[in-house]
Ligand binder design. Structure first.
Ligand code: KG4
Ligand code: ZN
Length: 402
């Protein structure tokens, strides 16, 4: 067996089939991602059956490419790590079954990784890589706890991540009570006739609009009122104890989608939605200039898009920094697909500088789903010999921490 600390990570929880080889949780030797965006784009969202089929097609070539790019073979590996949840059951099963078969055939330990922990380790991996190449930066180390905002298509969760004896533990601090922020981006983009996924489209268009044109507001969530209402609507909402959380750190993004729809109807912005969605599907190139943005959306729509993004980012920012202050944390990590957003990065960075706290994001490639983060998250578990049983199965609503 090698002693290089090489872990092959496999990720297939949603619409990306990914494999990566990472050395000691700190050096990415390869990271291959096969995106299914083209398959799902025409439906405006992920179709679970199609996702499983695409994963089945991609898994073997993607793993092969990751090994080849890293210049290693299966016999060089020390362990195989795989996302066991949360995610789509059928999609997760493709990665898990393949990882199990490889581990069994090679006699390697199998490590199950929570996808959300993976997103947190995307930033830690990035900091370890940067810290190793530029120690003068004095980046936070693995001995410092951090408040992590995981903001993606399926999650908007705040965790306090604490290192202890080489592994990490997580405490849930806040979360969405309904839609995730990325889900709001995707739904708003869909109702405006923009492409899928919606985040990159709204990100690209927002800078050409007036962010203060439409004053969207987020009401303070009242925990007790929420609990007195109906059962949580989403699967994710069932997986964590909302009642135990400080209501100041709860998010809700389903209302803003309705507010955008109402604004569109009130201001006659419906015209052109169908033509726009056909145009975007035929030529899915993000607009770069004001001229290209205007060719796609009239100015009032650009203003609406900018205002939507301004409000969502403002809400994420306000609650994240309030949670950090209340917990006495000066290290913030922002991760998940929405962490790729330019306005979010700029405003979080400015606020962190103002408050003299640190904020870190993964590289753009590590923000969205990938397997390097899964291999990196598995490294401390490898050290602690926390291996999965051969009976490992998919857990679509797997929660992180307590
Ligand atoms: O982490 P991810 O790849 O998959 C999930 O685990 O959900 O996140 C995907 C989400 C989508 O909702 C997508 O619209 C959003 O991340 N996203 C963005 C941007 N890039 C991706 N949202 C805002 N701005 C972006 N630049
Ligand atoms: Zn994700």
């Amino acid at each position: 067996m090698s002693t290089r600390g090489l872990i092959l990570g496999i990720e297939s929880s949603c619409d990306e089939t990914a494999a990566a080889v990472v050395e000691r949780g700190a050096r990415t030797l390869s990271s291959v991602v096969a995106s299914q965006i083209a398959t799902h784009a025409r439906y405006g969202g992920v179709v679970p059956e199609l996702a499983s089929r695409e994963h089945l097609r991609a898994i073997v070539p993607v793993v092969r490419a990751a090994l080849a790019e890293a210049g290693v073979t299966l016999s060089d590996l020390d362990a195989i790590a795989v996302t066991s949840g949360p995610g789509l059951a059928g999609a997760l099963l493709v990665g898990i079954t393949y990882a199990k078969a490889l581990a069994f055939a090679q006699g390697l330990p199998l490590i199950a990784v929570n996808h959300l922990e993976g997103h947190i380790h995307a930033v830690l991996l990035q900091q370890r890589e940067m810290g190793a190449s530029a120690p003068q930066l004095g980046l936070p180390t693995d001995s410092e706890s951090a408040l992590a905002l995981v903001v993606s298509g399926g999650h908007t969760h705040l965790y306090l991540a604490r290192p202890a004896d080489g592994t990490w533990s997580y405490a849930l601090v806040g979360r969405t009570v309904d839609d995730a922020a990325g889900e709001a981006y995707d739904k708003v983009a869909k109702l405006l006739g923009l492409g899928y996924p919606g985040g990159p489209w709204i990100d690209a268009l927002a800078c050409f609009g007036n962010p203060l044109a439409v004053p969207f507001a987020f009401a303070q969530i009242k925990t007790k009122l929420h609990l007195a209402g109906k059962a949580p609507r989403t699967k994710a909402a069932k997986t964590a104890p909302i009642a135990a959380l400080d209501p100041h750190f709860l998010f809700s993004f389903s209302g803003i989608k309705t507010a955008v729809l109402r604004h569109v109807e009130l201001h006659d912005l419906r015209a052109g939605v169908k033509a726009r969605s056909e145009q975007v599907l035929a030529s899915p190139k993000l607009p770069q200039t004001k001229g290209e943005a205007l060719a796609l959306c009239p100015q009032p729509l650009l203003d609406l898009i900018a205002s939507f993004q301004h409000a969502v980012v403002g809400d994420l920012l306000k609650k994240t920094f309030a949670a950090a202050e209340s917990l006495g944390t000066t290290r913030i990590l922002v991760t998940g697909g929405v962490a790729a957003n330019r306005e979010l990065r700029a405003r979080f960075t400015a606020e962190a500088a103002r408050l003299r706290v640190s904020v870190a994001f993964p590289t753009l490639a590590l923000s969205t789903d990938n397997a390097a983060m899964i291999a990196a998250a598995a490294w401390p578990r490898y050290g602690a010999a926390e291996f999965a049983s051969p009976a490992l199965s998919a857990d679509p609503s797997l929660a992180l921490g307590n």
